[in-house]
Write a protein that binds this ligand. Structure first.
Ligand SMILES: C[S@@+](CC[C@H](N)C(=O)[O-])C[C@H]1O[C@@H](n2cnc3c(N)ncnc32)[C@H](O)[C@@H]1O
Length: 248
């Protein structure tokens, strides 16, 4: 190789690496968070009730694993587009997503939210009261593996929208119960189905990843359900939602 060729190739390699580096920086969590903040300011005016719900959850030392504001608003919009009158949520935490969803309900609408931890449920009840939504929301405490069959046994009328956001190993079971609590047209949404992309790793030792993979098997085997998966990035990292509709 001539010296001039070698110089050009080295220069090309340096330029390529510099370009790659700048693209990697562009795709950082910092940038995703900044874009979340940008759209947060544009589309979501200050909201004292939701901000207080987050503050109170933090003060009670609940984990900050609630949906992001833009995701909460997406849930509210989906419920409104669906004209949902009955909503079921599996995984309440401090009631942040619960408040977003319940805001979509018309007068007389109802949301039931299922939570395993008594402490989380207590914080959620307080936040729901502050948001003026106690008449629309019922918080049921217990494992969803028990409270979902209870709803079926009670012959609870079908829900228009169901949001699954509890322990990931339970998702496939919760989805089966959710189908029983649905009717044609019910929307079912599940959070955290991407998990930093680990969902594509069949040998992952993370039980949450394996929980999502099992859920995906059950969802794809269910012929009465038509779904898609949307990857999300932002303040909450790299994850995603499964969104689908009961068709039959
Ligand atoms: C990701 S958090 C829910 C976040 C909430 N949807 C939000 O965005 O504001 C998951 C919640 O599910 C609850 N959970 C875990 N296992 C559960 C189970 N077996 N049944 C019901 N809830 C459960 C956890 O205690 C936690 O509060």
């Amino acid at each position: 190789m001539r010296t001039t060729d070698a110089v050009f190739q080295t220069k090309d390699a340096i330029l390529y690496l510099a370009n790659l580096k700048s693209r990697l920086i562009d795709m950082s969590l910092e940038r995703w968070t900044a874009v979340d903040e940008y759209y947060g300011k544009l589309l979501m005016p200050p909201d004292p009730q939701l901000e207080s719900a987050l503050k109170k959850s933090l003060a009670a030392e609940l984990p900050a694993i609630n949906v992001a504001a833009n995701q909460g608003k997406m849930l509210m919009l989906l419920a409104k587009m669906q004209k949902a009158e009955r909503i079921l949520e599996i995984g309440t935490l401090g009631g942040y997503s619960t408040i977003w969803l319940a805001r979509a309900l018309p007068k007389g609408g109802k949301l039931i939210t299922l939570e395993y931890e008594q402490k989380h449920a207590d914080v959620a009840q307080e936040n729901i009261k502050n948001a003026g939504l106690s008449d629309k929301i019922e918080v049921r405490v217990g494992s969803a593996s028990d409270t979902l069959p209870e709803l079926v046994n009670e012959k609870c009328p079908p829900f228009d929208l169901i949001f699954i956001d509890a322990d990931k190993p339970g998702y496939s079971e919760y989805f089966k119960w959710a189908m029983q609590l649905s009717k044609v047209g019910t929307t079912i949404i599940a959070d955290n189905v991407v998990r930093d992309g680990e969902v594509i790793n069949p040998t992952s030792e993370d039980e949450r990843v394996q929980g999502i993979r099992k859920f995906n098997e059950v969802v794809t085997a269910e012929k009465r359900f038509c779904a898609t998966a949307i990857q999300t990035v932002g303040a909450k990292g790299y994850d995603g939602f499964m969104i689908g509709m009961v068709t039959d």
